[in-house]
Design a protein around this ligand. Structure first.
Ligand code: C2E
Ligand code: MG
Ligand code: MG
Length: 589
């Protein structure tokens, strides 16, 4: 194709014979014609839509274009106007605006992605403007090229929608859910308390899956999802966030009560039984709720909060709303676990020794070794770190360490005194140690390496250990008895050990829990309970220790009642090893 100006000159050239055109002009015109031809040939050879646009003064003209361009631009210079302002694709929309800017600029090239909104389907292009070499006396030219990316964009879109969908239920999946929650959080108009997330867990799903097979499990999930949809408003977003867990993102019109009402509706639609093949089964769910607040940073965090409430809902049987305090407690537990692990490895724990007094003679009969941990200058109480150690399994190394350290201390005391001291050492034993450690072997090892005879060691075990697995405990205790070790039942009276169990197990000593001992001064039933425990112990041939004696009166009362040993602040608080030894030696002197 030829440019308009070229054609006009071409005609003049054809009329050269009239003699009104100089030879120089004729040559220039011929050169220009050939150049135009080669530009056209170049465009025609391109596999993409392209046009050369020339700018002369305020006029922008499409000088030549290839067939792809004409098709996309829905324009043909052979019938239409060449002025860019008459070529729809170049006149308006994102391409038109950017072309005008580019012409004004000095940039050598500019490329961008755009969707052409004019056609219904909306096509996607990569558009590039590049300036062509500018010859003196010639108009400025630029190449406009368009790569049609519609097919690619469509494929990406459908791939993306596949990626965001749960293939079983057809619901959005966790990615999609998180994307929406993140969008809500990022929305500048978002305000505290305007959205909530529900985490819904189908109870007993794994049982159904196990008993009836994966096919039935799938069917159940699909039906369950349908029921959930029926309980929600069209504006709520339901997603399958994991195996048998679903998430709902909902706008709260009237505050938290909207979310709780939705939870109630969900529970109601689940009351009807589910039909699975031939069977009818009942399915329930647990629901945890978290309200979106500007304090949370990501969808992941929101979902975690809702799952946290869900965990509690499973335990308590009712819908629970997440409260940040619980999460703070969990975080603290977690950081305690990490730091405790380091402390054990770095041997940074210590033991304090609390004297055990023979109430009849007033002499020190022994000590209870109690773990102590200071972290960054703060003393963390055993009531806080022992449960974390038990939950994380760290109690096994901690327990071994306590046993070895206490035995070593006792042998150091003997060495310092130059004699085998008449002190017994009590070490606490966690039920977890019984279930996870070969406790008999650990004890034998600790005694042997410190050179302490078994009859100087008492292991204190709480009642809960016995209730959890009585057979295992019986086996472990019987094995321990072979080393002559004494067994004490700690905090007695707070658990539920049956009398039969007490009789069956090789227990030497009952430690009466502080709550009863402390209660003896108040006029409640504690004294009667303590009396009963003492006579029970006597009948079973066991010794007794009263814990938590913090006054002279209490010490006297318990001595009169015939309690064997006493322990408490009245005698002494737990002491560092050197002070404990001094206390023991001077009191017994
Ligand atoms: P426990 O075995 O019943 O130990 C007695 C607790 O009562 C100790 O608390 C002791 O300091 C405290 N106590 C002593 N006299 C008095 C008193 O007159 N009044 C009051 N109110 N309390 C008194 P502590 O040291 O905080 O230990 C708490 C619990 O942590 C222990 O209770 C024991 O169950 C556990 N524990 C401590 N160290 C270890 C350990 O090495 N291994 C295991 N498994 N548990 C341990
Ligand atoms: Mg104890
Ligand atoms: Mg106790």
């Amino acid at each position: 194709m030829q440019a308009a100006g070229t054609r006009r000159r071409g005609r003049s050239h054809a009329g050269d014979s009239t003699g009104d055109v100089s030879p120089a002009e004729a040559i220039a015109s011929e050169v220009e014609r050939r150049l135009a031809q080669s530009r056209q040939a170049y465009l025609d050879a391109l596999p993409i839509a392209a046009a050369i646009v020339s700018i002369a003064g305020s006029e922008t003209l499409v000088e030549c274009a290839n067939e792809h361009f004409r098709f996309i631009a829905e324009w043909d210079e052979r019938i239409g106007d060449r002025r860019a302002s008459h070529v729809p694709i170049l006149r308006s929309g994102p391409i038109g605006a950017r072309l005008a800017d580019f012409i004004e600029s000095d940039d050598p090239a500019y490329q961008f992605e755009t969707a052409d909104g004019r056609s219904i389907a909306g096509r996607h292009f990569t558009v590039r403007f590049s300036r062509l070499k500018h010859a003196k006396g010639q108009p400025r030219r630029l190449l406009v090229s368009l790569i049609d990316r519609t097919a690619q964009v469509e494929t990406e879109k459908s791939l993306r929608s596949e990626m965001l969908r749960d293939s079983l239920t057809g619901l959005p999946n966790r990615f999609a859910f998180n994307e929406r929650v993140d969008a809500v959080l990022a929305d500048p108009s978002f305000s505290e308390g305007s959205f909530a997330v529900l985490a819904i867990d189908m109870t007993r799903f794994s049982r159904v899956n196990e008993c009836m097979g994966a096919m039935a499990g799938d069917e159940l999930l699909i039906t369950f999802a349908r029921r959930l949809v029926s309980a929600l408003r069209p504006t709520d977003m339901l997603a399958r966030t994991s195996g048998d867990e679903f998430g709902v993102l909902m706008r709260l019109e009237r505050g938290l009560s909207d979310a709780l009402r939705a939870a109630e509706r969900i529970k109601t639609v689940l009351t009807l039984p589910f039909r699975l093949s031939e069977l009818e089964i009942r399915v329930d769910c647990a629901i945890g709720c978290a309200v979106l607040s500007p304090g949370v940073n990501s969808a992941d965090e929101v979902l975690r909060n809702a799952q946290f409430a869900l965990k509690r809902a499973k335990r308590l049987g009712t819908t629970q709303v997440y409260e940040p305090i619980q999460a703070a407690a969990v975080r603290r537990r977690f950081s305690i676990e990490t730091e405790l692990r380091c402390a054990i490895e770095a041997d940074a724990l210590t033991l304090a020794y609390q004297p055990l007094i023979d109430l009849d003679s007033g002499r020190v009969a022994g000590f209870e070794a109690l773990a102590r941990w200071s972290h960054d200058g703060d003393a963390i109480p055993p009531a806080e770190f022992i449960p974390v150690a038990e939950e994380s399994g760290l109690i096994v190394p901690l327990g071994r360490w306590a046993l070895n350290t206490a035995m070593r201390t006792l042998s150091e005391w003997d060495r310092a005194a130059g004699a085998v001291l008449p002190f017994n050492m009590s070490v606490n034993l966690s039920p977890i140690q019984i279930s996870r450690d070969d406790i008999a072997a650990t004890v034998v090892g600790a005694l042997a390496s410190a050179g302490i005879s078994g009859d100087r060691l008492t292991l204190e075990l709480t009642e809960s250990a016995i209730i959890q697995d009585p057979d295992r405990v019986a086996k472990a205790l019987n094995a321990l008895k072979k080393s002559q070790v004494r067994i004490a039942m700690d905090d007695f009276g707070t658990g539920f050990t049956s009398l039969a169990m007490l009789q069956k197990l090789p227990i030497d000593l009952l430690k009466i829990d502080q709550t009863f001992v402390g209660g003896m001064m108040a006029a409640d039933d504690s004294t009667a309970i303590v009396r009963a425990i003492l006579s029970l112990a006597r009948a079973l041939g066991m010794a007794t220790t009263a814990e938590g004696i913090d006054s002279e009166d209490l010490a006297e009362m318990l001595t009169e009642l015939g309690c064997t040993y006493g322990q408490g602040y009245h005698f002494s608080a737990p002491l560092p090893p050197e002070e404990a030894l001094v206390f023991g030696l001077s009191r017994n002197a």
